[in-house]
Design a protein around this ligand. Sequence first.
Ligand code: HEM
Length: 503
Amino acid sequence: MTAILTPLHLVSAASGALALCLWFYTRLQDRLPPGVRGLRCLFEIPSEKAWVKSLKFNRQHGDIACGSFLGYHIIVVGSAKIAEDLLDKRSVNYSDRPRSVMCGELSGWGKIMLLSNYNSWFRAHRKWLAQDIGSYATVTKLHRMIEFETQRYLRCMLDDPERAQAHVRKNLTSIILRLSHGYVTQEGEDPLVELAHTANSQLSLTTAPGAYYADLVPLMKYIPSWLPGAGFKRKAKEYAAVLNDMVEIPHNYVKSQLAAGTALPSLSSRILSKPDLTEELEDSVKWATATMYQGGADTANSVAFAFYLAMILHPRVMKAAQEELDTVVGKNRLPTFADRQSLPYIEALFTELLRWHTPGPMTLRCTREDDTYNGYFIPAGSYVFVNIWGILRDERTYKNPLEFRPERFLGENPETHPGNACFGFGRRKCPGYFLGHSSVWLMCAQVLAAFDISKCIENGVEITPEHDLVGETIVHQAPFKCSIKPRSAEVEALIRQEISLEQ
Ligand code: HEM
């Protein structure tokens, strides 16, 4: 028997399919975490300081909230427990980054670890970094070099305290460049330090949530650059040129040093000297070392500069820390890593610094597969934002979270250590954790032993700066002035003493 399809059959089949789709769509919307749907979502996209708006969003809708528009689902996580449940415990599904048209594709940053997906390229780079800086044991071998570079830094602070932020940047980038490329930064301004700073500022701007429509409408990347409204393409070209320098210049430096037989040990020289080096391997190590140089050049600096602000806003804390140093280390030498265990107050101060100022206020992932959490549906391809900044200011975890109070980490019942949240989560947790944890700690301890830091006085008026963050993906304290003076003539002499890299 042959069925005859009449127009009526077709109309009812189409209506049935439409009704089914609508039913599925409504069910899906019902099962998404609470939040905002449809056009209203556009008003929730922050133009800047996404972490502040996300905190409000979570307060309004709960610790897991969702904005959903035109098939995009943005999940905003505002509690450490949920971040750990998803990003740590279900890391296979939560370790990709979302497609990034402006930064990853047009500006060329896609091969840097921060933007790369969780794939074999990414895993090889993580492995190399883990071999060199992935544990306390590996970083302990670097202590002497870090102490050497930190003393260079103290000398710069002594000679030119006005440029504190530039010196901080140079100290931490110098440490990283030795490890990534065996490059020793020159005295005064160094071109590679400045280059990383420029590239990182551009990275931060191009990855800011909602900054470029091309990330929402990827087809825009094909618009010719000369068309009005295609300014983003011209910007991307400019950024790509800076990135190219950041990747190629140090790489070529190592190659020339290897050829001359003068290369210092580094991740780059270790891989480039392999007898079975292929073009593919060379390309891979070029980007892995650029990742190390770029990743370490900005985040640690951000924390280290915020330390100065914390000290001028909280002189009580500075005095207590200096008293501990004077008692335990004395005034005849500067503290070293060997003293770390004996300085609990400095440790608590450093821990509080990591909680109080986080250089990466939000982390962003993209789900690979559909997931269900606490009865909520999280579709594949959802953008998952974790508000690290908000988690570290959560009143349920930290008493009076806006206060800078190292004591919260001392005594019988210390509050939750911020180390997990502030370095990110799961398989993408910061690979520079141990290095950042060591180099910034030493800088804080030695600066406290060497200098008094206080507010600036201008025209008889004391200037009190605010804790104000600039940048988007990576943030920094806005520049501010302060007074940095050596604590004594003796300490000045200690700083000027030559130390050698040898033990
Ligand atoms: C106090 C210092 C530092 C802090 C607070 C910090 C914080 C962070 C955070 C929050 C992330 C995002 C992780 C995530 O997505 O879950 C991250 C990623 C990263 N950090 Fe750090 N970081 C610091 C120092 C360093 C250093 C010294 C390096 C040098 C190697 C480094 C290299 C990286 C890289 C390459 C990534 C990207 C990882 C990925 O996407 O898988 N960081 N860092």
